[in-house]
Design a protein around this ligand. Structure first.
Ligand code: 6PG
Length: 254
């Protein structure tokens, strides 16, 4: 059963507040149902406000971090102290509070010289949290995966014209991105699409045109990578700010 929904918020702060509330609700229901909440984080800049809220807002002081297993949906091929590191961004916004037990935080070892080895090692680590009973069609079934979208329509580190778009077997790959002349380590679409809940957080005027193409002009096409995010049996929720949604038809009031 698939459900796609979209909610627009006045600005990035309101979007972050709504996403935090949604994650807290998903965490509570996942832990109640299965005793665990498996969460994959998005990188980039949009989720920073969200991660900071979860770490500091008293409304989330009861977030079940001790039962939450945190993974990264993608990572740049850089050391964990590099300014481009998604891990460093998450450390500075969430992990530095010490709320997340170290054993529950699964970092991609992107400092390894061989990005392919980093991807392979991460996949092995994921197997320890996702035994057969926690998989869908052989892929890890996350309770929630956070994603962003680039102005070019990429999501995670699945970029237009990259070989990673076609990967249907591995869970994690090293994907070469021509425009960066670099590898990125990323979940593949089968992993994204096995999730129970996918939250696409998109904010800012630099996303307006691409959102119009993805949700209006090329709706129901596979023109851009983010359009391949299609949960097999789960929910897909677009959470946008008004700037990003400026060229879209009105969304339902949240
Ligand atoms: C990354 C992310 C990437 C990001 C988009 C949007 O590693 O950068 O995984 O997919 O979500 O590029 O980035 P912003 O939130 O910075 O616009």
């Amino acid at each position: 059963m698939n459900q796609e929904s979209r909610y627009d918020y006045p600005d990035a702060d309101a979007l972050a507040q709504a996403a935090a509330a949604k994650l807290a609700q998903l965490a509570k229901s996942s832990v109640a149902a299965r005793g665990i909440f498996t969460l994959a984080l998005a990188g980039g800049s949009t989720p920073k406000k969200l991660y900071s809220l979860l770490a500091t807002d008293p409304a989330y002081r009861n977030f079940p971090w001790n039962k939450t297993q945190i993974f990264f949906g993608d990572e740049r091929h850089v050391p964990p102290d590099h300014l481009d590191s998604n891990y460093l961004m998450v450390k500075n916004t969430l992990l530095s509070t010490g709320l997340v037990p170290e054993a529950n935080l699964h970092r991609i070892r992107a400092e390894l010289p061989d990005a392919k080895q980093a991807a392979a090692d991460y996949e092995v680590e994921m197997h320890t949290i996702f035994p057969d009973s926690k998989r869908l069609n052989g892929f890890p079934r996350f309770d929630a995966i956070l994603l962003g979208m680039g102005p070019d329509g990429h999501t995670a580190s699945l970029f237009p014209d990259s070989l990673g778009l076609a990967e249907m077997e591995h869970w994690v790959i090293a994907n070469h991105v021509v425009k960066f002349k670099a590898y990125r380590i990323t979940f593949t679409f089968p992993v994204l699409n096995a999730a129970r809940n996918i939250l696409l957080l998109v904010a800012g005027a630099d996303k307006t045109d691409m959102l119009q193409q993805v949700l209006v002009d090329y709706r129901d096409k596979l023109t851009y990578p983010v359009q391949r995010v299609q949960p097999v049996d789960g929910t897909k929720i677009w959470m946008l700010d008004h700037a990003a949604a400026a060229k879209l038809p009105p969304a339902p009031t949240p």
